[in-house]
Write a protein that binds this ligand. Structure first.
Ligand code: ZN
Ligand code: ZN
Length: 412
């Protein structure tokens, strides 16, 4: 049996028994649906369903490798793009380890040039250094460290959406993407009709793009012949407070090279490091602005600018700005992992365990497969691998995971 047939059969069994796990989006009749099918491997889109039963039947009958729906609402979802009649769109954020540099991607991510077969580790280059080809086979892994990075970005995003922009926990919905990240969706009348430009403004806000401390309370004040600096406080609202907290976080752990990168003078760097405790303590009063000799307004501005990354949320801009975007439907399987995209309340973001709760295939029956190469990975409470060119007997969930990743093949 070939890999695709094996995976499709497993997906088919899953949907036959669990089709009610598919989450039906609000106003299903106004949404566009899209699917990729195992055989054709192409995207079928512009589908519409009048009711939940039709959608579930379609999924059971066709067993798609991926199921998507539009964040947008349309008058005629099945029409051509420019004839659909756009009615509005949920506000959608994608936080994916693919877009966040992690220390471990060099360990577990690989690319192979489709032109010359050159292999490499870490982030895929834009062009093959050997032949200049621009298309690659990529293998990325939902490793624990990458997922934790995505989680911490998601926590920051939720915080900004609720604390700064005022959405409630009923309007903000969270889900694990089924692969390497999280989705956050805002379902609120207030954002429904925002165009791409307005959504870009929101992205700029959550990513802290273009923020300048000079407009957020950092300034030099003259008093007769003396002058001193004032700046934001830790408990200020919005980006004022976020800047101060980002700066605090940065100074808490900054080492020599971190400060050198900001092109501060050697003496200034030494003074910052030597007075770290005093600087952190100073937040209880007026902040650190005037206690480091030789560090003036411009210096602080540079450090604050760098510290914004500690508080901003690294979302994928393109996804949020696209008001016609198709997004994976919660309660369906991810074709690259066999894991579920699964929703959970925002209050669970800290303790949600994606590699446990997104498991779809719980059968204990073992399947023997041949694994080409795979790093160690955890599913549920068990760690598997690393594997290299070997036969191995695995529970169905782990076997499907490696087959979906194209890292293994079925043994007849
Ligand atoms: Zn090449
Ligand atoms: Zn990783």
């Amino acid at each position: 049996m070939d890999n695709l047939t094996f995976i499709r059969e497993a997906f088919s069994t899953f949907y036959s028994n669990n089709v009610d796990r598919v989450e039906i989006p609000k106003s299903i009749e106004s949404r566009e649906f899209g699917f990729t099918l195992f055989k054709e491997g192409v995207m079928v889109r512009h589908k519409g369903f009048m009711n939940p039963e039709d959608l579930k039947d379609f999924i059971k009958r066709n067993v798609p490798s991926n199921v998507y729906y539009s964040a947008a609402y349309y008058s005629v979802p099945e029409a051509k793009m420019d004839e659909k009649g756009w009615l509005g769109s949920d506000l959608f954020f994608d936080i994916d380890a693919d877009h966040i540099p992690t220390k471990c991607d060099k360990k577990h991510d690989t690319w192979t040039c489709k032109g010359c077969g050159l292999k490499g580790k870490g982030k895929t280059p834009e062009k093959c250094p050997n032949c200049g080809n621009e298309s690659f086979d990529e293998k990325t892994w939902p490793c624990e460290a990458c997922l934790e990075t995505a989680r911490s970005e998601t926590i920051k995003l939720i915080d900004i959406l609720m604390d700064d922009l005022g959405f409630s926990d009923k309007e903000v919905k969270c889900s694990f993407s089924g692969h390497r990240g999280y989705h956050v969706q805002v379902d609120s009348e207030d954002i429904l009709n925002l165009d791409s430009n307005a959504r870009k403004e929101i992205v700029d806000y959550v990513t802290g793009t273009g923020i300048d401390a000079a407009f957020h309370g950092l300034e030099e004040v003259r008093d007769g012949k003396t002058s001193f600096i004032i700046g934001p406080s830790l408990d200020d609202i919005g980006w004022r407070g976020r800047m101060a907290r980002g700066l605090y976080e940065f100074l808490l752990t900054a080492v020599d090279v971190d400060l050198k990168r900001l092109r501060l003078k050697k003496r200034t760097i030494e003074r910052i490091l030597a007075n770290r405790d005093e600087i952190l303590e100073s937040w209880k009063v007026n902040g650190p602005w005037n206690i480091v000799e030789g560090l003036g307004l411009e210096g602080w501005r540079k450090i604050i600018h760098h510290s914004i990354a500690f508080q901003s949320a690294k979302v994928d801009t393109v996804v949020t700005v696209d008001v016609h975007r198709l997004i994976r439907l919660p309660g369906t399987l991810h074709g690259k992992t066999g894991l579920l995209k699964i929703s959970f309340p925002v209050s669970r973001i800290e303790d949600f365990d994606p590699l446990k709760e997104a498991l779809a295939f719980r059968s204990e029956d073992k399947v023997e497969i041949y694994v080409d190469e795979a790093p160690a990975f955890r599913l549920g409470d068990e760690v598997f691998g690393p594997f290299e060119k070997q036969k191995v007997k695995l529970p169905l969930s782990a076997a499907i995971f490696l087959l979906c990743k194209n890292a293994a093949r079925v043994i007849d």
